[in-house]
Design a protein around this ligand. Structure first.
Ligand code: KG4
Ligand code: ZN
Length: 345
């Protein structure tokens, strides 16, 4: 048996400080996540300075906890992986600095990981990724379709023109007085309600793979405000169900269109915070019956939100491809995969 690859991974791009130890890219020895949600809730969103301060306070504790829980020493480690973008610059910098310090002190290679590649590789804990693959990435900051022609290659073939799906959930949740982040609770409300509002599904007829959620968000807010003005009581559950059904219809329609445009796809990967949505998971599973040759790989529920295990899985793949960063690695808050038209040029 070959030597095992042990990756220590850091994630601090938004409001979760997380450190994990991953064996051979597929086994979680530890995955410690310290969430700051409570500190940001009263502001209705993530406050960057507050996030940064919490990361500084938490990162050493998370590191020690992850090493202990994994029962490994620094001598056992193969490399250190870290999210260097996209995200909040002050938040990213804490993880990057911590990872660099460990890499320097213990003479370990440093692997730079794109947070979005991390989300996709959360699915690696369910099974091998088979190429070519298509990923539907839905989170608080991103909603995109990513084409993975081969291992290590990520190209955006569809993107949101305005809000990300998770962002839309959080904004309409705020109107209903649901605490940030609102996705999970709206999902539960949606299950108790019915789609009675028939909100607009933007850009479904357009022959592209892009998304738009701002019209839906406005229609939702207008409906609530109008009812407030005329003193009408709307069913919150029906509002949530109608909103969710519109989001899911948009996501599933564009994803199946992409599968038809990319007929060599062997696997569809669903990942990102919104991938935890039960309506999306079940409707996408149903839609996949029309694509019997495509395997659906859904990120595990527990690994849909931000965590370092997914960064360790993507980091292991990059390590095997020889990707390394120097100790001058910097945070890149607006890091993105390349777009298809940039590649074609
Ligand atoms: O990937 P993530 O943890 O952080 C980012 O990288 O953005 O995604 C967080 C987003 C939030 O907008 C949250 O409301 C949404 O994921 N979310 C959900 C659900 N669980 C979390 N949205 C819909 N349904 C859910 N069950
Ligand atoms: Zn994320």
């Amino acid at each position: 048996m070959g030597k095992r690859t042990l990756i220590l991974a850091f994630e601090s791009s938004c409001d979760e400080t997380s450190v994990a130890v991953i064996e051979n890219g597929a086994i979680i020895l530890s995955n410690v996540v310290a969430t700051q949600i409570k500190s940001h809730q009263r502001f209705g969103g993530v406050v960057p300075e507050v996030a940064s301060r919490h990361h500084i306070e938490q990162v050493t504790w998370c590191l020690n906890a992850a090493m202990q829980e994994a029962h490994v020493t620094y001598d056992d480690l193969t490399a250190v992986a870290v999210t260097y973008g996209p995200g909040l610059v002050g938040a990213l910098l804490v993880g990057v600095a911590a990872a660099k310090a460990v890499a320097f002190a213990h003479h370990l290679p440093l692997i730079p990981v794109n947070h979005m590649a991390g989300h996709i590789y959360a699915a690696r804990f369910v099974g091998e990724i088979k190429f070519p693959a298509l990923a539907l990435l839905v989170s608080g900051g991103h909603t995109e379709l990513v084409w993975l022609k081969e291992e290590g290659s990520f190209v955006i073939i569809g993107d949101t023109r305005d809000d990300a799906a998770g962002e839309a959930y959080d904004k309409v949740g705020r109107v209903l007085g649901v605490a940030y982040p609102a996705g999970k609770e709206l999902d539960a409300m949606a299950h108790r309600g019915r789609d009675t509002f028939n909100f607009p599904r933007a850009m479904l007829q357009e022959d592209n793979l892009d998304f738009s959620f701002s019209g839906l968000k406005s229609a939702f807010i207008n409906a609530v405000h109008h009812a407030d003005q005329v003193g009408e009581q709307l069913s919150r559950d029906d509002l949530a169900a109608s909103f969710q059904q519109a989001v899911v219809d948009i996501l599933v329609t564009k994803t199946t269109r992409a599968l038809r445009q990319y007929p060599t796809t062997r696997q569809l990967i669903l990942a990102g915070g919104v991938a935890a949505n039960t309506g999306l998971r079940s409707q996408l599973t149903d839609a996949m019956r029309a694509f019997p040759r495509v395997e659906l790989l859904q990120a595990p529920l527990k690994l849909c939100g931000d965590n370092a295990a997914m960064i360790g899985a993507a980091g292991t793949m990059l390590y095997r491809h020889g990707v390394r960063a120097g100790l001058d690695l910097n945070a890149d808050p607006s890091l993105e995969f390349p777009y298809l038209d940039e590649i074609e040029k």
